[in-house]
Design a protein around this ligand. Structure first.
Ligand SMILES: NC(=O)c1ccc[n+]([C@@H]2O[C@H](COP(=O)([O-])OP(=O)(O)OC[C@H]3O[C@@H](n4cnc5c(N)ncnc54)[C@H](O)[C@@H]3O)[C@@H](O)[C@H]2O)c1
Length: 256
């Protein structure tokens, strides 16, 4: 049956930044497709909310509080997932932030730059290294990096966010690099590049929401749930011959 190739029954997924927004939607998607899910999130309240929602829907869940900038916390979380849920098949490196406010590069405080790079790139490093150590030993796995359409184009077309654009550009080429490095290890590495999606924190105000919709050829921004199908595709057997690639969900922005 066609649906079987999208099934995640018997799989274990690990999602960072799973407390809200796209991370929560993708954690739900993994569970809805049949996977057990480990949730990694820095905010304990958001973590508990996602955990409760997934448990209510009958999922097997492991909730782990921690920050992706803490390499030791992630190594321990990956171990706890393998022990607690019986393996590790899918990792979604989702946790990410942008600058506190848009601004030109030469005016950007160094702390802002460092924080964004530390979370968006350092966090990916901290997440994928212990996960890959496990997956290489098993000879299979799926890594999904969450980039942005602003990894393939400048953000300044709508607002200047130099650290965000630099970090997401790096995520794109790291995806290609890891796709090749692990192609013979049975591990597929791909990235999902969202355009504008509504979450609890974004857009930050109604003017920005209108500007984002106007910037998007479809004339609207997406709801968080609209990421689910692409996440299931990249996590499942359906994408077994795809690696080192970007899947863009942007309402047409990059087609312009
Ligand atoms: N929403 C969009 O329009 C959009 C567009 C393109 C890309 N993205 C990317 O999607 C990912 C998720 O974005 P979102 O919009 O859902 O964000 P969000 O702010 O709504 O949610 C992010 C979640 O990650 C958690 N988090 C943040 N920093 C963390 C850290 N250091 N350690 C652990 N958890 C942390 C937050 O507490 C929150 O629960 C990010 O990588 C973002 O860059 C989002």
């Amino acid at each position: 049956m066609t649906a079987d190739i999208f099934s995640l029954a018997g799989r274990v997924a690990f999602v960072t930044g799973a407390g809200q927004g796209l991370g929560r939607a993708m954690a739900e998607a993994m569970a809805e497709a049949g996977a057990a899910v480990a949730l990694f999130e820095r905010d304990p309240e958001l973590l508990a909310e996602t955990e409760a929602a997934l448990v209510e829907d009958g999922a097997r869940v492991l909730a782990i509080a921690g920050d992706v900038t803490d390499a030791n916390a992630l190594a321990a979380a990956i171990d706890a997932t393998v022990q607690g849920l019986g393996g590790l098949d899918i990792v979604i490196a989702n946790a990410g932030i942008s600058e506190a406010a848009p601004g030109l590069f030469h005016e950007m405080p160094r702390e802002d730059w460092e924080r964004v790079i530390e979370v968006n790139l350092g966090g990916v490093y901290n997440t994928l290294r212990p996960a890959l150590a496990h997956m290489v030993a098993e000879g299979r796995g799926k890594l999904i990096l969450i980039g942005s359409m602003f990894g393939l184009a400048a953000a300044a077309g709508i607002f200047p966010r130099p650290a965000y654009a630099a970090s997401k550009g790096a995520v794109v080429n790291l995806t290609r690099e890891l796709g090749l490095e692990y192609a013979l290890h049975g591990i597929q590495v791909n990235a999902l590049l969202p355009g504008f999606f509504r979450t609890k924190t974004r857009p930050r105000n109604p003017d920005l929401a209108r500007a984002m919709a106007a910037y998007t050829p479809m004339g609207r921004i997406a709801e968080a749930d609209e990421i689910k199908g692409a996440a299931i595709f990249l996590a499942s057997r359906a994408s077994d011959f795809m690696t080192g690639q970007m899947l863009v969900l942007d309402g047409g922005v990059l087609a312009r």
